[in-house]
Design a binder for this molecule. Structure first.
Ligand code: XUL
Ligand code: CO
Length: 446
């Protein structure tokens, strides 16, 4: 079977999306993403491990603080569990038609919250069974799941960092159930994004205690996960703010420091979301590079912000410069391991045709495919790498190497400087490199 449908086909106007090449005028085809094409010894699909995000694609309805939803989903049933089943059908139909191998979900995206912890747990168990059946029929796998510990009013002061222990314990019940669901579904990763793990005023906050509680909470989650057979990667997804004024998992460097401090870096890696990184005033590639340099690059939430807006617009990625730089880091990292590329992205609220969901994902997949192909060419030609290694060559021999090897004192360095006299200016050549990237990208344009 080339794609999955449940009792009802939700996207009857779309069949399986295939590669038709850059000359195609079919908006429902891949122009650059050719899943079976081999690049650097690996199929394109295995480089990316593309994933669809349940929350944006099948739950959100396009509402914003100024207006109600604009998207009317056909997968609404007569009761919450029927809706859950229809939503699962929509997700697997979409993933198989868009040729995506993975999906991701928050507990409450997929299963309705009940009136008690026991009822919520039971709902998730039932939905997990539904998801498992659909995984088996379709071949689509779980990249990661997570617990939503930020939407419910009980989490207004945080979840693992809530000043009230009772709320922390409540959050733990959600993580426990979500981990059990993950293991049942053979999930490859488990993600923590702490939207409300932060503060809005220092006047009422003990930051030190809150972060200590967060660490203890993550340790308990890790220990429970490992005890029930979760062998995948735990991940933290940094974000500097929104909804909290200040989030503790601010950016990659902050999270890595935290993981190392508490000895969590053996089990945890990072899930880097492009729009979160730009909110922290870094480039997408910056945080990927910070993680890769520390051996902690886990997974990617692919999206982009809007250059004129300072918030998390979660748009589908279309900027090839960004994906080229990202794919250079990912290729040099040897791929994403158990991670993948999850489209944590949503349609604009005026993109209201059912097909728009496909068109948006196709655009994102093509943008990353271009990034991969161009990054591959840049690495193959080796000019950028060569430039960078030459730039540091003064540390490769002589006194520079002695310094790196720890053989020189501060006084030795001073004496060396005196002997050499004033250093010559050496150009960083940024514009030359930028021009070269354009040349590689557009050399076929006549
Ligand atoms: C919010 C965000 C989340 C996480 C999962 O900005 O990115 O959807 O990816 O909780
Ligand atoms: Co995200």
């Amino acid at each position: 079977m080339s794609y999955y449908t449940g009792e009802k086909e939700f996207f009857p106007n779309v069949k399986k999306v295939t590669f038709e090449g850059p000359g195609s005028d079919n908006p429902l085809s891949f122009k650059f993403y050719d899943p079976e094409r081999v690049v650097r010894g690996k199929k394109m699909r295995d480089h990316f491990r593309f994933s669809v995000a349940y929350w944006h694609s099948f739950c959100a309805t396009g509402g914003d603080p100024f207006g109600n939803g604009t998207l009317v989903h056909p997968w609404i049933g007569t009761n919450p569990m029927e809706t859950a089943r229809m939503k699962a059908d929509a997700c697997f139909e979409f993933a198989t038609k868009a040729d995506m191998d993975f999906y991701c979900f928050h507990d409450i995206d997929a299963a309705p919250e009940g009136g008690s912890i026991e009822e919520t747990e039971e709902n998730l168990r039932l939905v997990t069974k539904m998801l498992k059946e659909r995984q088996e029929v379709s071949g689509v796998k779980l990249l990661w799941n997570t617990a939503n510990m930020f939407s419910h009013p009980r989490y207004m002061n945080g979840a693992a960092t809530n000043p009230d222990f009772h709320v922390l314990a409540y959050a733990a019940s959600q993580v426990k159930a979500a981990l059990e669901s993950n293991v049942e579904l053979g999930g490859q990763n488990y993600v923590f994004w702490g939207g409300r793990e932060g503060y809005s005023s220092l006047l009422n906050t003990n930051m030190k205690r809150e972060q200590e509680h967060l660490a203890k909470f993550l340790m308990a989650a890790r220990d429970y996960g490992r005890s029930i057979g979760f062998n995948g990667t735990f991940m933290i997804e940094p974000k500097p703010m929104e909804p909290s004024k200040h989030q503790y998992d601010y950016d990659a460097a902050t999270v890595i420091g935290f993981l190392r401090k508490w000895g969590l870096d053996k089990d945890f890696k990072l899930n880097i979301e492009a729009n979160h990184v730009t909110l922290a005033n870094h480039s997408f590639a910056h945080d990927l590079r910070v993680c890769a340099d520390e051996g902690l690059l886990g997974s990617v939430d692919a999206n982009r912000g809007d250059p004129q807006n300072g918030w998390d617009t979660d748009q589908f990625p279309t900027d090839v410069y960004d994906t080229v730089e990202a794919m250079m880091v990912i290729l040099k990292n040897g791929g994403l391991g158990t991670g993948g590329l999850n489209f944590d992205a949503k349609l604009r609220r005026n993109s209201t045709d059912a097909e728009d969901l496909f068109i948006a994902h196709i655009g994102g997949m093509d943008t990353f495919a271009l990034g991969l192909l161009i990054a591959d060419r840049l690495l193959e030609e080796g000019k950028v790498d060569q430039f960078v290694s030459n730039r540091y060559s003064s540390f490769d021999s002589g006194a520079g190497k002695d310094f790196v090897d720890g053989k020189l004192t501060l006084a030795d360095l001073r004496d060396y400087a005196v002997k050499q006299g004033a250093p010559k200016q050496i150009s960083g050549k940024q514009e030359m490199l930028e021009n070269y990237i354009n040349q590689v990208m557009f050399s076929t344009v006549k």
